[in-house]
Design a protein around this ligand. Sequence first.
Ligand SMILES: [Zn+2]
Length: 219
Amino acid sequence: MDHGPRTGNRVALTFDADMTDGMLQNLRTGRVKSYANLRIVDLLEREQIPATFFLTGKWVQRYPEVTRRLAGNPRFELANHTYGHEAFTGDCYDLPRVRATGMTDNVARTFRAIEPYGGRQTRYFRFPGLCHDAAALDALAPLGLTVVDGDVVSGDPFATAWEPLVRAVLDNVRPGSVVIMHVTEANARMTDEALPHILAGLRERGLVPATLSEVLAGA
Ligand SMILES: [Zn+2]
């Protein structure tokens, strides 16, 4: 799914939590301080904004306390973004490729990593880089999940200024939209600066953030 029904005034803010072995290595060597942007979580909590987090298994393992905090917020939904942010097709942003025979296990294992945290668990899944084909969809069919891309791409990975993110979101957002952002701090440094402006722009447009479940259901 890319978005919910174009009725009403709800939109879903979604935040991906990528984590690869290369990123873990950056944390270990101290090259990168954090891939968990707590300023985003702080802001959403303070303003009581609903949001949905697409978590990788490796991010959950690296940030159990943050995961507990996300799960503990009744306005936040948790969703699945693969175990180690692998590519499920060839030619997908140079991401490490998951073997065709390992796709089902990869995603099942991620649900198992997230489930113990409780909270608002979902069966929503997002492919890294949104890269998918028929074979990948077939492999995941037994898991009974819903693949969610999004119709508003903020472009926040590796952004160097917040203004373009705000424009990318506010120029394209409509009722039922699913907005894709990242909570990965070092790889998306401008997201927390853009977010207050995005929230203000949504308010001006009469659009109200809601969980992905609510938006996809047209609630
Ligand atoms: Zn991702």
